[in-house]
Design a protein around this ligand. Structure first.
Ligand SMILES: [Fe+2]
Ligand SMILES: [Fe+2]
Length: 161
């Protein structure tokens, strides 16, 4: 396989684990603010990101490609207000979508069919991830000035699996 594609796949393992780390930081922030439902939401999101990383690892193993585990950049568990992590999440998911799309484009140009098919599931996954992050931000903007509605949202989020 082309070296650039191998390196980008390897990099995506790191990016997915970074995403998990980013969301764990947000989970920690909400827990400290007393919003256990929001904390739970982001903890579950972090688990999903670890699963994404595992899928990239498995794909590289299946194709007998060499890869290494690079260092994970630090993240914050402090945010200026309750809305900020939700804004960051929307932007981060858009960024990840761009990474996946770029990977797909390269796999397509190189006609690496198994990797193309593998990445197609992630393209659809990113549609869902972006939608979920946007919906959460919208929902929050409706309730942010109403304490009882905000607490209700918090308790709904505690049911996410
Ligand atoms: Fe992901
Ligand atoms: Fe994601």
């Amino acid at each position: 396989m082309d070296k650039k594609l191998v390196l980008l796949l390897e990099d995506q393992i790191n990016k997915e684990i970074y995403s998990a780390y980013l969301y764990l930081g947000m989970s920690d922030y909400y827990l400290n603010e007393g919003f256990d439902g929001f904390a739970h939401y982001f903890k579950e999101q972090a688990k999903e990101e670890f699963e994404h990383a595992e899928k990239f690892i498995e794909h590289m193993q299946d194709l007998d490609l060499d890869y290494s585990f690079k260092g994970i950049e630090g993240v914050s568990n402090h945010y200026e207000d309750l809305e900020k992590p939700l804004l960051v999440q929307v932007e981060h998911e858009k960024y990840v979508t761009k990474l996946i799309n770029d990977l797909y484009e390269l796999a397509n140009t190189l006609n690496e069919v198994p990797t193309k098919l593998f990445l197609e599931t992630f393209i659809l996954e990113q549609v869902e991830e972006e939608k979920r992050s946007r919906d959460l931000l919208k929902q929050f903007s409706f309730v942010k000035d109403d304490k009882s509605a905000l607490l209700k949202m918090n308790s709904q989020l505690s049911k996410r699996d």
